[in-house]
Design a protein around this ligand. Sequence first.
Ligand SMILES: *[C@@H]1O[C@H](CO)[C@@H](O)[C@H](O)[C@H]1NC(C)=O
Ligand SMILES: *[C@@H]1O[C@H](CO)[C@@H](O)[C@H](O)[C@H]1NC(C)=O
Ligand SMILES: *[C@@H]1O[C@H](CO)[C@@H](O)[C@H](O)[C@H]1NC(C)=O
Ligand SMILES: *[C@@H]1O[C@H](CO)[C@@H](O)[C@H](O)[C@H]1NC(C)=O
Ligand SMILES: [Cu+2]
Length: 394
Amino acid sequence: MRVSSSLGVVAAIAAQIGVVAAQAPQTSDLSAEDITSGTAFGNISRKADENMQQYFGPARGADCTYDNSQQRQEWRTLSPETRKSFTDAVTCLTKLPPTHMTADEAPNYPGVKSRHDEYVATHINYTLNIHDTADFFAWHRTFIHFWEQDLKNLCGYTGWNWALDAQAPQDSPLFLGDEYSLGSNGAYIANRGDTWLAEQDVTYPPGTGGGCVTSGPFTDYTVNLGPLDLPNSNNVNSSFQYNPHCLERDFNPWFTQNYNTYTNVTKTILDNILIEDFQANFQGAGGSDPNNRFGCHGGGHWSTGGSMSDFHSSPADPLFFLHHGMVDHVWTIWQNLDITRRQNVISGTSTLANNLPSAEMTLEDMLPFGFVSEDIKFKDVMDTFGGAFCYRYV
Ligand SMILES: *[C@@H]1O[C@H](CO)[C@@H](O)[C@H](O)[C@H]1NC(C)=O
Ligand SMILES: *[C@@H]1O[C@H](CO)[C@@H](O)[C@H](O)[C@H]1NC(C)=O
Ligand SMILES: *[C@@H]1O[C@H](CO)[C@@H](O)[C@H](O)[C@H]1NC(C)=O
Ligand SMILES: *[C@@H]1O[C@H](CO)[C@@H](O)[C@H](O)[C@H]1NC(C)=O
Ligand SMILES: [Cu+2]
């Protein structure tokens, strides 16, 4: 646990520690069977929802209330027409010209060809300042919000609940490959060996695809940027190199079975009372469990393969935004299980694992959004019913 130098954060953490009997439910309150099956996840989602209803109801007197907030649904609960309008909108975003990059800046970003690329480039640019940092959750919440705003007039926002697909993500209805899906798996590449990841010291087996997406909305999709550090791949030689290639995927149940099950996500929410433990275990970075090298966040990325497994350029696959919809959903549940103590707690600096060392972040800090938007104040993105936000997950 890192020692915080920010008074506000120290006070908030002290408030958490001071109350031994936390109001949020614990693993011991729920049966092992309910945790495995997802029933417990439903129970704690409902508890978080009841808390939100109470706290953000009409009595609050604000414009955004529980009742009028936008509801973000899981992908498979959408009508076929809505799914199609969503992927059409995503394709459209990849064809719109950049909106923030100036003519003077363009030579430094040869791979930025579209509005969507501006998202990818911004994530590449700030990768080491937005993961394993105080603002990991808040930065990504805001990032997907802007992307949603860009799609807004065309369709509603959706997420991917990977826990429903943990046994076999390759068989998920999301990736059937028809026109109402999010596109298929990558073409199967046989005879591949295991891959060893030095940083995590983990060896994983090949997935169920490996090549280009073969059917559905993203077959003609061109990825312009990355990969920067994808294993077994011809990586770019400079961060923003123009490197047009197909969208690759390699769904891999090894990751989802080990990191994205209902047991994994439910216990991560229930067993971590302090924000520093919750965010570390969720990312598998510096978490208290030495077997947990990826967490739900890493598991979702690595289980998809292709761009999604590339640390820097992962937003190149639209699935990034659905994965991070689920990430934000989980953070939102964690926050709302104990709203008054958890709404505004943060912990950590603005550099990955504080390497290179940087100052402890405070809620007064500005979060950088590069080519996505103007920078935004940290404290304005902690509450899904506050600032520019007005949404909840159903
Ligand atoms: C959890 O939800 C199920 C329905 O999905 C319900 O039958 C059960 O009583 C709930 N358990 C708790 C502890 O709230
Ligand atoms: C990076 O440079 C090497 C050596 O010139 C080259 O073989 C490789 O194709 C380059 N990678 C990309 C993605 O352009
Ligand atoms: C995730 O849950 C599965 C059971 O669903 C379990 O086998 C695995 O060990 C868990 N992973 C971690 C990192 O705890
Ligand atoms: C990259 O970061 C620098 C420094 O913060 C900023 O000036 C630039 O606009 C950023 N570019 C992108 C694409 O985010
Ligand atoms: Cu990220």
